[in-house]
Design a protein. Structure first.
Ligand code: UD1
Length: 427
């Protein structure tokens, strides 16, 4: 297994290209199951999770062709064609590594009248149930059965009628699954308290390009008028706001000056607001964001929340940055119950962080020093990289398969702006 070795202390400067968004891609790809016509997605990031998802599509009989991009380019153009589906079962072996596989349930059910998906695994950041995915599909008229670790959704003869569902908790994945089922239902469906994340807007925009009729896109009450059939489309995946935010933290912790080419500021307003309060200079333009840090970092209090609140996927990276702030910061995690797994590792690097339930108290400024650390989940892994860039000496980050799931060519991008980082084989 590879590891990353980082020698901290270099000030980052230059331009990092922002990739297509992993979390958007993972909900755009299963839209291919909704149509017999080809779906071409541009700007797909090259990531282990995306490869896994493409492989899952082939399991259903979808043809997948990757077009004319040179290996040195970022992003990919991939055409999916689900003219005939040969299976409606997502097996354990493929699903266990990728929680997002549950996102095939809604579209497969809508197209085939039934879908069977192994219960998902994925990041160990809490219990992460799928009850809301299932309840929304039930509200649309599906019957749900669970047996031997699999969940099976069955539509009545003649297809899903559609219906109304009010989410008791905002869920990104459950909103996505419900949307992808509702677009092919026989009637109109309404979703209340739906997630409003930019990735949901990206999904709605693709579905509309495929011929779906959706009202109130970007709002929490969505109205979906079911269509008899959807057409193919060519669509560009949105920029990755979490990747961009992560590199913004990396630039800031080194006192750097970095342009995030392709980042969309309006998708990451809460992160940028937090960073400005920390004392980072942020300039936005239509093609990207410039991040400049000079002078002392200020402590802040932050609370994660569904969009437009501060993304839980930015909490770990901001915590690393706040280790260098001059004073005490308080971070509250409201979305997942087990999302402070980076804390013991940051402490091993010299950070002073106390946790009480879902609150972390960060006392800065810490003199971070290099250490051998272990990545535990995707964003926690990134927080260790960020801390390592500002630490004195060498840090070795192990278990980097988490990073390969979510950051396209991480070390290349950091090398572009002057980081001393290399991937080496484990001994
Ligand atoms: C997605 C993102 C993930 C991000 C999260 C929150 C993808 C592939 N992943 O995950 O990176 O951290 O949104 O922004 O897009 N919940 C239930 N029952 C359910 C579903 C969720 O109780 O059926 C709860 C969860 O335990 C959690 C909260 O709802 O407390 C939000 O989770 P959700 O928005 O569903 O996260 P994911 O879609 O899994």
């Amino acid at each position: 297994m590879d590891k990353l070795v980082i020698r901290g202390g270099n000030r980052l400067s230059g331009t990092i290209p922002v990739s297509g968004a992993k979390n958007a891609a993972l909900t755009l790809i299963p839209c291919t199951l909704l149509t017999e016509e080809p779906l071409t997605l541009r700007n797909l990031p090259r990531l282990a999770d995306i490869d896994g998802f493409q492989h899952l599509m082939t399991q259903f009989g979808v043809s997948v062709s990757i077009q004319g991009k040179r290996p040195e380019d970022f992003g990919r153009v991939v055409t999916f064609e689900a003219s005939r589906l040969t299976s409606s079962v997502a097996p354990y072996d493929l699903v266990r590594k990728m929680r997002a596989s549950i996102l095939v349930l809604g579209p497969m059910l809508a197209r085939m009248g039934e879908a069977t998906v192994s219960m998902p695994g994925g990041c160990a950041i809490g219990n992460r149930p799928i009850d809301l995915h299932l309840k929304a599909l039930e509200a649309f008229g599906a019957t749900i059965e669970m047996a031997q670790g699999y969940v099976k959704a069955i539509a009545p003869d003649g297809g899903l009628p559609g219906g109304d569902f009010d989410f008791p908790v905002v869920s990104v994945g459950a909103t996505e699954n419900a949307l992808m089922a509702a677009v092919l239902a026989n009637g109109t469906s309404r979703l209340f308290n739906a997630a409003r994340e930019p990735e949901i807007v990206d999904l709605c925009n693709l579905l509309v390009a495929m011929g779906a009729e959706i009202e109130n896109i970007g709002q929490s009450d969505l109205v979906i008028h079911g269509a008899k059939r959807l057409n193919g489309a060519t669509y560009k995946v949105m920029p990755d706001r979490i990747e961009a935010g992560s590199y913004a933290c990396a630039a800031a912790i080194t006192g750097g000056d970095v342009r995030l080419e392709g980042a969309k500021a309006s998708d990451m307003a809460s992160t940028l607001h937090a960073m400005r309060n920390i004392g980072i200079e942020i300039d936005e333009d239509p093609k990207g964001i410039n991040v400049r840090a000079s002078g002392a970092l200020k402590p802040v209090n932050l609370t994660t929340a569904p969009f437009p609140g501060l993304a839980t996927d930015m909490q770990a990276q901001l915590m690393s940055l706040l280790c260098k702030a001059e004073g005490t910061s308080v971070l509250k995690e409201t979305i997942f119950e087990n999302r402070f797994m980076h804390v013991p590792e940051l402490s091993r690097m010299g950070a002073t962080i106390e946790t009480e339930g879902r609150t972390a108290i960060v006392k800065g400024p810490a003199d971070l020093t290099g250490a051998e650390v272990m990545a535990t989940d995707l964003r926690a892994s990134m927080s260790l990289i960020i801390a390592a860039l500002a630490a004195e000496g060498e840090t070795t980050v192990r278990r980097i398969y988490h990073l390969d799931r979510g950051y396209e060519r991480l070390e290349e991008k950091l090398q572009l702006v002057g980081a001393d980082i290399e991937r080496v084989g484990d001994d």
